[in-house]
Design a protein. Structure first.
Lengths: 432, 405
């Protein structure tokens, strides 16, 4: 079916290209599945009494309130039905209005899914729906930092698979620095130092010795894993010494007065640690840096066509070095999250694969800092929701644990599809 | 498209791209430089390792406090520490027939999974998913192994095939997704690793996979009828699966170098666009390459489950799937290289445990050593610079493209 044709009322031939047909098929099937799922959720619920709170937990001052789940679900059903109808007659608008429709369908599905999970609880005390956004931001923070590091390196044409390695070293040395200086903020400095050191290693081997960068990334991860485990085993159990090496202080939450009282997003955005605030600034900084400055233009040019960049007098390897080292700063901060930013003490393999997920976020976000941030937030949201729903027994915990990864595969295979990396990504540049 | 050409040493005159010289084993000039660089990489890695050992030894640190007045102590104690660690490493891995057998048993899964990564590499695919493919293979092989009741040899064969199929299906899905939708294999294989881990935990939560009388997430061992035998007895307890691993090495070599499909695979790996223009089905190559990569990872799983008779547990796969990537890289994505690298890594991990037991050096040191070796092997220019090797050539790196497209 290369081209589907239809004769419209005026007798003109209305030619539809293949992409349009495929889009319609996809929309109808997605909206249809969502509608089916919502109907299923609606029929499965016996008692629509659901409690909710806008805080992160139910407290005395902030008791759980009742929610009219039935009305919301019916509204959701109507929205999805309308969207499905639009899709069937192929009238789903493109652009912002279309985006709004996708968003509403997404929200309707999500609401139905959550209500189904929280309704009909059989336990002795009922669990209320809590605000998932503070957790989303928190868990997305290291991913965003890692993804920013990845974007910077890869836009300059240096593949950085070693984000996981930078995380591990950053986490370890953040813990050491914080323990030595008795200050959580010094931990961030330690994390940055370790992240930049790993980035320098990446730079030396990738740029000076032109090692295959995919190989290099894997090796650096192995090196960081081995080295942190080795150093960890060298820290004596004697509490008097351990106190100075692996018992860091943890960053305190710093609520921004005024802004924190905004409902729903206030506690999510403005009741976080300083690391999270640095993350907001970093996303803006990297985006502006890459797309609004001369330096950013140079970075992108050496990543796309180093020879052309060289011809106009840009020192390709110097720009790449700068991008890799600045990326190291962010990766180190992301690593610091796993010790001083969350649990404190460094354990073996503290970053637990988050570096790989940050790498996936870079690719899902199409090598753009904002795209990568949104992808990271999606992961953070899935992780948070998974942790919250684990208390309920509607879905087996193992399946829930798998859900963020399943969501990624569906998103990448179904919606992101073929992506185009920077043209010279991974290609060492030798001046000739 | 960023095919990694062997990098000329920095500062050297640019060389015109020349076809890689055919490796002819009778002519030492073709392989000697490469061997020299590899040996040099080992030496440098071991020297760095020696420093780490010396400075992690309590006696050596103690002697540093009076280094100014009596430096000799520092050197003798360092030498002692380094010697005892490295000799324990060697003795523990190849020092006795028992040690050699455990090295072989430990190497077999690394070799198989490494071959899977190698095969995918040659098709231009970066398969991080050996871990997940191995887990699914282990679940399938284990399930057949401890629930079905079949006569001895048949049981083994059926369990083996189940393991192979499990890994192959898991690998093929990612290959198919890449071929059909363009979903990047690095993302999908990573995600499929996590999915496989979840499936394993899910399975262990069910009675079928639960060892009777145990509260841990632990399966029963596979029946004796489904295990690889140990024909050489207790003196040399190596299981027959090791032979399969070596045969797999031959099979991959034949597939890559002698078969038509292997030619297509290498062509797609070198330049997918050109291959498509030449009429090859890139989608088919991607899917099949990942299928075979998964099959080999599944074979690695059977080594663990049917060979070493390990129970299924969340820690069963360990880091084999990730070590397999390093093994494939050290082996420069060639079958022979992968087999040798797998043997080396197996020896180091068996020897590392012995080293920790007898010399007190943490076994994590072997992980550092492994990473350093691969790092230096991948950077021939650095090794040549440090050791003043003058020869050109030798040290072609793995043909892996950037992100591909």
């Amino acid at each position: 079916m290369a081209v589907a044709t239809a004769i419209s009322d005026e007798g003109a031939v209305d030619v539809r290209d293949r992409g349009d047909v495929r889009r319609q098929i996809r929309l109808v099937s997605v909206f249809g599945l969502v509608l089916l799922a919502l109907v299923f959720f609606y029929l499965k619920i016996d008692d629509f009494g659901v409690k909710y709170t806008l805080g992160e937990r139910v407290t005395k001052d902030d008791p759980a309130k009742d929610l009219d789940a039935q009305t919301i679900m019916i509204a959701g059903l109507v929205v999805v039905a309308v969207a499905l109808l639009l899709a069937v007659v192929n009238k789903v608008p493109k652009g912002a209005l279309g985006g709004l429709i996708y968003f509403l369908v997404g929200v309707a599905f999500f609401a139905g899914f959550v209500f189904w999970n929280y309704a009909d609880q059989t336990g002795t005390f009922s669990v209320a729906i809590i605000n998932p956004f503070p957790g989303t931001i928190r868990l997305a923070t290291p991913l965003i930092f890692g993804a920013l590091a990845g974007c910077l390196c890869e836009r300059a044409g240096v593949i950085n698979i070693a984000i996981e390695g930078q995380f591990l070293m950053g986490a370890f040395f953040a813990s050491v620095a914080s323990s030595l200086a008795f200050s959580a903020e010094m931990g961030l400095v330690g994390g940055i130092a370790a992240g930049v050191a790993m980035a320098a290693l990446l730079g030396v081997f990738a740029l000076r010795y032109q090692v295959n960068q995919v190989v290099l990334g894997v090796v650096l991860i192995a090196l960081a894993t081995g080295l942190t485990d080795f150093l960890l085993s060298q820290i004596p159990d004697d509490p008097d010494i351990k106190k100075y090496l692996n018992e860091p202080l943890i960053l305190e939450k710093v609520p921004v007065s005024g802004l924190v009282d905004i409902p729903v997003i206030g506690p999510a955005l403005f009741n976080q640690t300083i690391l999270v605030y640095i993350m907001y600034g970093s996303v803006v900084f990297v985006t502006l840096l890459l797309f609004q400055t001369t330096w950013g233009l140079r970075v992108r040019s050496v990543g796309e066509h180093p020879k052309a960049a060289d011809t106009v007098g840009i020192n390709v390897n110097r720009i790449r070095w700068q991008a890799v080292l600045i990326g190291g700063v962010f990766a180190g901060l992301g690593g610091a999250f796993f010790t001083v930013g969350s649990t404190g003490t460094f354990d073996s393999n503290a970053s637990a694969g988050n570096g790989f997920i940050a790498l996936a976020a870079v690719i899902m976000g199409r090598w753009h800092p904002v795209g990568a941030t949104l992808a990271s937030l999606l992961f953070g949201f899935c992780f948070t929701l998974q942790a919250q729903l684990a208390f309920l027994d509607k879905i087996p915990g193992e399946l829930l644990r798998a859900s963020p990864y399943l969501v990624t595969v569906i998103a990448v295979a179904g919606f992101v599809g073929r992506v185009r990396p920077p043209a010279a990504d991974g290609e060492p540049y030798v001046k000739s | 498209m960023s095919t990694q050409a062997p990098a000329p040493p920095p500062g050297a005159a640019p060389e015109p791209a020349e076809p890689e010289p055919r490796t002819d084993l009778r002519d030492p000039r073709s392989w000697l430089p490469s061997v020299k660089v590899t040996a040099g990489a080992f030496v440098i890695a071991l020297v760095i390792g020696a420093f780490v050992i010396a400075f992690s030894d309590d006696d050596v640190i103690e002697s540093l406090s009076y280094f100014g007045s009596y430096p000799w102590d520092f050197f003798t104690r360092s030498a002692d520490a380094v010697w005892s660690s490295y000799s324990a490493l060697v003795r523990g891995s190849v020092g006795s027939s028992n040690a050699i057998a455990s090295t072989l048993n430990r190497s077999a899964p690394l070799i198989c999974a490494g071959l899977g990564v190698t095969l995918a590499f040659r098709a231009g695919l970066f398969n991080i998913g050996a871990q997940g493919q191995l887990i699914v293979g282990a679940i399938c092989a284990g399930y057949v192994g401890f629930t079905w009741d079949l006569p001895p040899v048949l049981h083994l064969v059926v369990a083996l095939i189940a393991g192979l199929l499990g890994g192959a299906v898991w690998g093929a899905i990612t290959g198919f997704l890449k071929a059909r939708t363009g979903a990047h294999e690095v993302i999908t294989t990573i995600m499929f690793n996590y999915l496989a881990a979840s499936i394993l935990i899910f399975a262990l939560g069910h009675d079928t996979f639960q060892r009777p009388g145990s509260d841990n997430a632990l399966s029963p061992k596979v029946d004796d009828s489904a295990t690889f035998g140990k024909p050489l007895g207790d003196g040399f307890p190596v299981h027959t699966g090791v032979v399969l691993a070596i045969l797999a090495g031959f099979a991959v070599w034949w597939l890559l170098e002698r078969s038509t499909w292997g030619f297509e695979l290498r062509a797609v790996g070198a330049n997918a666009d050109a291959s498509r223009t030449a009429g090859m089905s890139v989608a088919k190559v991607y899917t099949l390459a990942m299928l075979f990569a998964g099959l080999l990872a599944g074979l690695a799983a059977t080594m663990q489950v049917l060979g070493n008779q390990n129970s299924l547990s969340p820690t069963l796969p360990g880091s084999i799937g990730f070590d397999a990537i390093t093994v494939a890289l050290l082996g420069r994505a060639t079958p022979l290289g992968t087999v040798l690298a797998g043997l080396l890594f197996g020896a180091m991990s068996v020897g590392g445990v012995a080293m920790q037991a007898s010399a007190g050096t943490p076994k994590e040191l072997t992980d550092v050593l492994q990473a350093l070796i691969v790092l230096f092997v991948a950077a021939p220019a650095l090794v040549k610079g440090m050791l003043r090797i003058r020869e050109t050539g030798g040290g072609s790196t793995v043909m892996a493209k950037g992100w591909g497209s």
